[in-house]
Design a protein around this ligand. Structure first.
Ligand code: RBF
Length: 207
């Protein structure tokens, strides 16, 4: 990576208190796998506990915004179900929602905290039609809207490449001199930094 491009490496932030989700598309899987591995590596190096990392997948990048939105929403429901069950009692571990109909009650796995950040990872490679332009535009705007609307950082881990080589190089999978840098690592660090900042800002603390 050049010295000019990319984030400066001076933000060293403790990820130990954070809970982070990764949601990735499955199109262009070899590249996706490298990016997800890069993000996971940096999350763990920053101290995020393995038990506080959730990884989900969706078919393609177009599905990423809905997945982020519902995972953020669902993680708040998990926390609520951990605090008080629907009968008003304190619950521990897994909450069983009471059933009045005889239909088996849904089970909500509980969690102590909502996601502090979500990393959305996809690889869009331009083809012969306008499909690429539409998806890039829709996905980038939607992911931005979700983070602003929910207040939960959504890290933009979507490569929008004009050809295979551009995508490979941005996952550190290029050939020889063009090996490139794995941007998944940057996304892991960005999630830790933004998750930590937002926690602090939400409690009214500023540097
Ligand atoms: N999804 C990706 O994540 N990356 C792609 O490069 C990609 N290219 C696509 C090209 C075409 C022509 C189509 C129809 C879909 C493509 N998708 C791609 C899948 C898309 O994001 C989505 O999963 C499907 O359109 C189903 O909603």
């Amino acid at each position: 990576m050049s010295d000019i491009k990319g984030p400066s490496p001076d933000a060293k932030i403790d990820g130990a208190p954070l809970r982070i989700a990764i949601v990735h598309a499955r199109w262009n899987k070899v590249i996706i796998d490298a990016l997800v591995a890069g993000a996971l590596k940096k999350l763990k190096e920053a101290g995020v506990k393995e038990s506080n990392i959730v990884v989900e997948s969706v078919p393609g990048s177009f599905e990423l915004p809905l997945a982020c939105s519902r995972m953020i929403g669902g993680s708040h429901i998990q926390v609520a179900s951990n605090e008080v069950d629907l009968l008003g009692g304190i619950s521990f571990g897994t909450t069983k929602v009471p059933s009045r109909t005889g239909t088996p009650a849904p089970t909500i796995p509980s969690a102590n905290q909502a996601f502090d950040a979500v990393i959305a990872i996809g690889v869009l490679i331009k083809g012969a039609t306008m499909h690429f332009e539409y998806i890039c535009d829709a996905v980038s705007h939607s992911l931005m809207k979700i983070q602003v609307d929910t207040g939960v950082p959504v890290i933009f881990g979507v490569l929008t490449a004009l050809n295979d080589n551009q995508a490979l190089e941005r996952a550190g999978l290029g050939q020889g001199e063009q090996k490139g840098h794995n941007h998944g690592e940057d996304w892991g660090l960005a999630a830790v930094e933004m998750g930590s900042h937002v926690r602090r800002w939400n409690s009214g603390k500023f540097l």
